[in-house]
Design a protein around this ligand. Sequence first.
Ligand SMILES: Nc1nc2c(ncn2[C@@H]2O[C@H](COP(=O)(O)OP(=O)(O)OP(=O)(O)O)[C@@H](O)[C@H]2O)c(=O)[nH]1
Ligand SMILES: [Mg+2]
Length: 687
Amino acid sequence: MSKFPIKRIRTLALVGQAGSGKTSLAEALLARAGAIPAAGSVDKGSTVCDYTPIEKSAKHSLKLAVASFEMGSGEAAHRIHLLDTPGMPDFLGHSLPALAAVETAAIVINAQNGIEMMTGRFMQWAAKRGLDRLIVVNRIDADNVKLEALLAQIQETFGKECLPLNLPAGKASKVSDCFFAPSGEADFSSVEQAHKNLVEQVVEVDEKLMEAYLEKGEVAPEELHEPLERAMREGHLIPVVFTSARTGAGIAELLDVIVKLLPNPAEGNPPEYINEPVGGAASTLSTIPDPGKHALAHVFKVEIDPYIGKLAVFRVHQGRLTPGMQLYVGEGRKPIRPGHLYLLKGKTQVEVSEAVPGDICAIAKIDEIHFNHVLHDSAADAHIHARPLELPNSVFGLAIVPKKRGDEQKVSDVLHKLMAEDPCFKLEHNAQANETVMRGLGETHLKTMLEKMAGQYKLELDSKPPSIPFRETIATRAEGHSRHKKQTGGAGQFGEVFLKVEPLPRGKGFEFVDAVKGGAIPNQFIPSVEKGVRNVLETGFVAGYPMQDVRVTVYDGKSHPVDSKDVAFMSAGRKAFLDALAKARPIVLEPIVNVEIVAPEEKMGDIAGELSGHRGHIKGSDSPRPGLVQIKATAPLSELEHFPARLKSLTAGHGSYTLEFSHYDPAPPPLQQRLVAAHKPAAHAED
Ligand SMILES: Nc1nc2c(ncn2[C@@H]2O[C@H](COP(=O)(O)OP(=O)(O)OP(=O)(O)O)[C@@H](O)[C@H]2O)c(=O)[nH]1
Ligand SMILES: [Mg+2]
């Protein structure tokens, strides 16, 4: 029997705006539970969760951290897995996966700033995943906080079901309980009123209780317990608690709420996986939080330490994992046998003898395990995988080159390690511009990656905005001709080609048509003609960009019984094509992207101005939530180089955007001229 029956396990994630005090709260909770001797501080770089050097200098969390601890003893002992997430939107690749590993999202609000961008987004994401939600108003000790107004704002924004379980008292130096044993003073409203509000909200989910309440005018607190938990699960109640991670106000009370009211793993909303057995049909696999069943665990975090190696952190959803047991990794047929299982407290690992549903544990040094993998003990032919997590698009790009020549292999190794840790960090190679481009969620994201490479891996890179993938095409039909004839020394070379070119609709690519009649060009040489033509496609005609949306029809030519060769027809094909292109009004095309922006409503005008100043067109706008506007627009990619930084400054960091390729359009004449002038004019000299 496990030391911790799953009833006594809690998993919760601290989420919300950067600076709201999530890491400090984790610290205060750990200290209060006796899991660390005293609370460290973010400002001094001494916290359990912000343990990497780069977090200590940034004074922000930049990755997901797990702090598991125990509180209470004997029958009252509980194991709590606390996930501390970064609040900056650039690190959503770390914070969103945390929601897949917990029963409860504790959305932390900075009492000084009130509801911020990430507050609303995490409220929505947590609801979408079916998690219990708890609102923690932190920093209540700070100057000039208006807690009564903030509570009203919370209720106005997120609904009347947001009700306080406790209220600040003694000028926010402590909190008074309004649920378990309601008593004491409050800085605003009253404990009695708050208690009444809670009771009235909770009885709504229980008909019998409602009747009893209507009859007697009150309900005993013990009777409220179960329906309150049910109300939370159904989203009918979103409890609000007040804390100060700095003074400790409300911290013991928050621990009490975690233990007494938050759902245990059996009361959560277990995830579904997909099983695609070899040769069989795919089916949905519901997980059951029962230690007696087959083991199923989901890897929601991977961390690669340059010295210690890879650490895979997983949440057990079903069954029991023990050290040395045989496990399969996702689709792998070769089992692994992890020798040790660890509980994590920041960077500290504590060995454990088993993990049951609800537990969050880590396995070290197993290369086969990747982010989002499922670990299971079913059978070698079961291919069990998780659904992909919904993550934002990685739209911000930087082209990179190592500062030191010869570091290319190291760059590739390091980038792959970073990608393994962060699902929103991506890499692409732009063959045409011969550029390695890293992509992420914003400038801060990629700058942090560069810092990490320099600090952790001693790898220095230069970066610049990636090249724009311009293309070329033609504006009109034209004819081309070339005769290739060489008579030097021994055997000669002969080939003659007549062709025509015509523009194709946008996005159609390239077509090559053989319309030669009567063997004027013998069949075996047609592929050589095509090869010659395609050579030109790659390098374009006027500005060095690949050519597209062109049809080439070869319709006549001449051959020689002895001197006709592949090389002769390749050359004739190439030159005939160039001849035609010169007359077909070649033009440069530029990529147009769909831009979707979400920002505070009052910034609509500024953003519209910014877009139209850069040849953008607004297609429509919408209001996803009160106070927010969603703008849909199209704009040339070449105009958006500074857009992320502009949006950030226009919206004080509260705007976000996504980009996706839409289509190609002819570049306007001044841009055409600039691109043509920048291209070396000697490119098509006679060979
Ligand atoms: N006065 C006061 N300051 C606090 C409190 N909690 C946190 N802070 C301070 O607020 C700042 C941000 O705290 P963090 O704990 O790093 O906030 P976070 O939510 O983890 O921020 P990210 O990691 O960037 O998402 C630090 O300077 C803390 O010392 C509090 O209860 N009262
Ligand atoms: Mg933090």
